[in-house]
Design a protein around this ligand. Structure first.
Ligand SMILES: *[C@@H]1O[C@H](CO)[C@@H](O)[C@H](O)[C@H]1NC(C)=O
Ligand SMILES: *[C@@H]1O[C@H](CO)[C@@H](O)[C@H](O)[C@H]1NC(C)=O
Ligand SMILES: *[C@@H]1O[C@H](CO)[C@@H](O)[C@H](O)[C@H]1NC(C)=O
Ligand SMILES: *[C@@H]1O[C@H](CO)[C@@H](O)[C@H](O)[C@H]1NC(C)=O
Ligand SMILES: *[C@@H]1O[C@H](CO)[C@@H](O)[C@H](O)[C@H]1NC(C)=O
Ligand SMILES: *[C@@H]1O[C@H](CO)[C@@H](O)[C@H](O)[C@H]1NC(C)=O
Ligand SMILES: *[C@@H]1O[C@H](CO)[C@@H](O)[C@H](O)[C@H]1NC(C)=O
Length: 925
């Protein structure tokens, strides 16, 4: 396994920057503004790339405009240029634009030869995605044969990203048996013509063979592909193959193919892509344009030095809950460890007035870090004037830089300030980014808008010291533009309240992807504890510094920390003492991407009782990490914590894709109005976690070739990595925090049960003689928590009847089916009764769950078993004596195998849905 690991690591790409937190795109009338296309620092300098991006977006704008019936176009676009590229007078300094908000990343492929574009989208249908990933070769037009024109592909990906529609092809289920009793390629619309062939190349000689039917699946064999006709007239759909010249529209209600097992059908309840787009806010807020849209305008922005000004509240209320000292501990941690080398840092204190305590100084060595630490506030007093603090920060920055563009203000406050709105306009116009750390339940809400409009972070920290929120918050303020190898990564963060002489013992795993600049920070509230730290060899470490005034001590491990298990023991020396430990590190090697965790909620504000979803994404570079144990801690403003285990099982409605490294869960346990914080812990033991080298979800369709004048012209076969390739991973731990979110309208009256069980989305049916076996993942009493009371299973010969009139369909006796806890595997075997449809081709099956308050879930995905052997293609290729890249003659024959089909029809029930792969490692759910 070690050999595999090493060779794999070499393939990983340098300089990975991860994608979008939230997009800054606005729709202004019909034009999208503020789109960010970010060129990764790992991309070698190449001005042609900038020109190609411009050409792509310009052409895409016209295509988008026509595709959306004159509704949308790309109005202005910022291209972010890395600081590894040469300076150019054309390049300006970015304002709010940063890599964290990129809509399109132009970055090297995740693995060599993986130039397929894809959109990172792990939320629900209709919700926005994270970002689009294009490789430099794709943008440069070197992959046009395989993926079609870049501009059309951009529109396809934009539809994923902006409107939350899904693909109308499906690599996992490329064919299905249609109600016409034929095998059809999964597509929309069925008006797209082409042929199904197996295309095999050995050396330079390639052959196209007719697809055989796999006796197990009753569908075409594994390597069968759909080759579209180059010349055709069908206009839909862009979410199927926008590369076909005639395709200029999305499938709509009239021409949508509801039968195909496409992700669009599965995730969007069989609605067409155009219906979903028409239901978006974008669509509702616009009317079609009469005149033609202008061409997009581009700004070229190059990343510059990072500038940060801390604006720290020292008002009287900071004396409560030990807030001032906690702020100082956290700020010291930021200054000594978290902030990147090369950053310019200044400091302002404020109460009712503001004071510049440190001009901007550039961090070159520990000297500058220590100088800044000595400027922290000592005594709290006075009121709260947020605007005074921000204006002083602007002044501090302007002393060095005439423009505030792209500089960051970290504002920490615990108080309310009615006048905070008075500088909102100035802040918006300044070009600076405001990060807002709200401490305690009364911190001002007006400032949220400042962080929102400037693309800054909004973080919430309660007064529960053992949750370590303040240190986590400062730790997360890494640069949005720094190379991942420079960023501080949190390995551990926990705390405990203990009585005198009691121990807080534990271990911290340093995995091989991290270890540089490793820092163990210990804090206390009353009395310095006894502290010991042993490296993986059991050698005791010497404390680097004890800061008795700030009640903190730390170990700064020189060089690269040893890989393995580090052991700490802390003994409290006072009653009700609260101790915390935080461990941070950086990438061990700038050419190996570290494992990272990114935590977020599906939205920033929520009105009760609408449910929310927690997401934690675990990646190494862009590669998903599977099999980790992931726990979310959601804390309300008064410090009440809800703990949830997250899953990557693709089953519960909350988790869109299985095995994509995104772990998720519904959250409904609201306890009060106000801010909430999110923290996630991920850990994995040796060989429990694995990298998933499968292709990403929402990847662009690969055009295998074209049918031209009745001949097939094949493209080189797609470079495939075995779909199920996973490489095991060493053990690791990580913690991460997400942005604050605000919940309102919580009822003060006792309420009835509001939450039904979540929708089952992974129902599968397998025929077994005259019985049908069903499997699915159990939902819970409230979405995916608890246990449902009962399952209602119904069957029908008509997919539409089952979907639209579920309650009228034939019910299966489920008296013997006792539900299990949420997220466990359910199985059920039954003998189907007689369905009413006389000439049915399939039995369709769906489940609804009922909870203890008789609330019912949405009807599950629809599983099916075929009642016939579907008919293959009716065309035929003559065997070619001299097989070559293109086949010289393709004769279409109509083969009458109907008779055969009819004979077999009565035999038994056949499986339609492909079984899942049994080789997947079990992930202990
Ligand atoms: C995009 O257009 C908006 C409105 O016209 C303007 O405020 C903004 O500065 C423009 N951005 C760029 C990058 O040109
Ligand atoms: C930052 O600079 C210090 C002192 O020069 C050095 O020890 C440290 O490794 C540097 N950190 C990174 C991430 O380069
Ligand atoms: C914690 O570790 C210390 C030192 O290794 C040990 O003496 C003590 O017994 C441990 N305490 C507990 C509760 O495990
Ligand atoms: C992960 O969670 C599972 C189930 O909760 C548990 O059995 C397993 O021991 C955990 N693994 C680790 C490494 O903690
Ligand atoms: C169906 O389920 C039964 C009972 O769980 C099992 O013995 C049988 O092997 C299953 N059949 C198939 C085809 O999976
Ligand atoms: C359902 O099955 C149970 C147990 O197998 C049986 O007792 C009951 O009579 C059945 N109900 C109906 C309506 O057939
Ligand atoms: C079923 O098929 C038969 C023969 O093809 C046809 O006559 C009949 O109308 C069909 N019934 C329905 C309900 O479609």
């Amino acid at each position: 396994a070690m050999v595999l690991f090493r060779s794999f690591v070499c393939l990983l790409v340098l300089y990975l920057l991860q994608g979008s937190d939230t997009s800054l795109v606005r729709l202004n009338n019909n034009g999208y503004e503020g789109i960010i296309i970010a060129i990764n620092p790992g991309v070698p300098e190449n001005e042609a790339l900038i020109e190609k991006i411009k050409d792509m977006v310009t052409a895409a704008s016209t295509y988008l405009f026509e595709a959306t019936e004159r509704r949308f176009f790309f109005k202005n676009v910022s291209i972010l240029i890395p600081d590894t590229w040469k300076e150019n007078p054309q390049y300006r300094r970015p304002k709010h634009e940063s890599y964290t908000h990129a809509d399109v990343l132009v970055a090297p492929p995740t693995l060599p030869d993986r130039d397929e574009p894809y959109t990172k989208h792990f939320k629900l249908c209709e919700e926005k995605g994270e970002y689009i990933h294009f490789t430099p070769d794709f943008v440069l037009g070197k992959k046009q044969k395989e993926y079609g024109p870049a501009d059309r592909l951009l529109v396809h990906e934009w539809a994923h990203l902006r409107w939350g529609v899904f693909d109308e092809y499906n690599d996992d289920e490329p064919f299905y048996s249609a109600s016409s009793k034929r095998i059809e390629a999964t597509r929309c619309s069925t008006g797209i013509t082409g042929v199904n062939r197996v295309y095999k190349c050995q050396g330079n000689s390639c052959v196209f063979n007719k697809c055989k039917i796999d006796p197990k699946t009753k569908l075409y064999e594994k390597n069968c592909q759909f080759f579209p006709d180059k010349d055709q007239t069908e206009k839909t759909s862009i979410m199927f193959m926008q590369g076909i010249t005639s395709v200029v529209k999305f499938c709509n209600k009239q021409n949508h193919n509801e039968e195909a097992p496409s992700l669009q059908n599965k995730k969007c309840e069989f609605r067409s892509t155009w219906e979903v787009i028409s239901n978006s806010e974008d669509f509702k807020n616009t009317t079609p344009m009469v005149e033609s849209p202008p061409s997009p305008v581009f700004s070229l922005l190059r990343i510059r030095d990072r500038i940060v000004c801390l604006v720290l509240d020292k008002s009287g209320s900071m004396a409560g809950y030990n807030r001032l000292n906690r702020m100082n501990q956290a700020a010291k941690y930021f200054l000594l460890q978290a902030v990147e080398n090369g950053t310019w840092v200044g400091m302002v204190h404020f109460d009712s007035t503001a004071n510049i305590k440190s001009k901007l100084i550039q961090i070159i060595s520990t000297n500058e870090r220590n100088m800044l630490v000595n400027s922290l506030p000592i005594a709290p007093s006075g009121g709260t004037s947020i605007c005074a603090g921000i204006k002083a920060a602007f002044q501090t920055i302007r002393e060095i830089y005439s423009q505030l563009d792209g500089s960051e203000v970290v504002l920490l406050t615990d108080g309310e300030d009615n006048s905070a709105k008075s500088c909102l306009y100035e802040v918006k116009e300044s070009g600076a980014i405001i990060h807002f750390i709200a401490l305690g339940p009364s911190a001002d809400h007006a400032v949220i808008e400042m962080s929102d409009v400037t693309g800054g972070k909004h973080l919430f920290v309660s007064d529960e010291v053992q949750n370590n929120g303040l240190i986590d918050a400062f730790g997360t303020l890494a640069s949005g533009n720094a190379d991942i190898s420079q960023k501080s990564i949190e390995i551990e963060s926990k705390g405990l309240t203990l009585n005198n002489n009691h121990w807080m013992n534990g271990t911290v795993i340093i995995d091989s992807t991290v270890g540089k600049d490793t820092f163990f920070l210990i804090t206390w509230v009353t009395q310095q504890p006894i502290i010991s730290l042993l490296d993986p060899n059991g050698t005791p470490m010497n404390i680097s510094t004890v800061d008795a005034a700030s009640k903190m001590a730390y170990f700064s491990i020189p060089g690269t920390a040893k890989v393995g298990v580090w052991t700490y023991s802390l003994q409290a020396k006072a009653n009700s003492e609260t101790l915390t430990i935080t461990v941070n590190s950086r990438a061990a090697n700038s050419s190996v991407a570290p494992i990272t965790v990114n935590a977020k909620m599906n939205k920033d504000t929520n009105s009760f009782p609408s449910p929310m979803i927690v997401y934690a994404e675990i990646l190494q570079g862009h590669i998903p990490i599977l099999g980790a144990n992931v726990t979310a801690f959601i804390e309300s403003s008064s410090g009440k914590t809800e703990v949830l285990e997250l899953f990557d099982n693709g089953a519960e409605g909350a988790d869109t894709f299985k095995d994509d490294g995104v772990y998720s869960r519904y959250f409904t346990a609201y306890s009060e109005n106000g801010r909430y914080s999110l923290k996630v812990r991920a850990h994995a033991g040796t060989n429990t976690a694995a990298r998933n080298l499968r292709h990403p979800p929402n990847r662009a369709a690969y055009i295998p070739g074209w049918v031209v004048d009745e001949k097939i012209e094949g493209n080189p076969p797609r470079p495939e990595i075995n779909k199920d390739t996973q490489t095991n991973l060493e053990s690791f731990t990580r913690t991460a925090i997400g942005s604050a979110f605000v919940v309102s309208n919580i009822s003060t009256f006792p309420l009835p049960d509001l939450y039904p069980p979540s929708q089952i989305t992974d129902l599968e049916a397998t025929p077994d003689g005259d019985m049908i076996n069903l499997t699915w993942t159990a939902p819970g009493d409230n979405f995916d928590v608890g246990k449902v009371k009962q399952y209602i299973i119904r069957i029908s010969g008509s997919i539409l009847d089952l979907r639209d009139k579920f309650d009228d369909a034939l019910q299966v006796n489920t008296t013997d089916l006792l539900p299990n806890e949420a997220n466990s595997k359910e199985t059920f075997t039954f003998k189907p009764g007689n369905i009413s449809e006389k000439n049915a081709t399939h039995i369709f099956i769906a489940i609804q769950s009922v909870d203890n308050s008789s609330l019912t879930s949405k009807v599950s995905n629809i599983a099916q078993v075929a009642l016939f052997i579907p008919q293959g293609d009716t065309d035929e290729i003559h065997p070619n004596p001299n097989p070559g890249i293109s086949i010289s003659s393709l004769v279409l024959l109509v083969v009458g195998c109907v008779v055969l089909v009819t004979i077999i029809l009565s035999v038994t029930i056949y499986i339609l849905k492909k079984k899942k792969n049994p080789n997947r490692p079990s992930t202990a759910f």
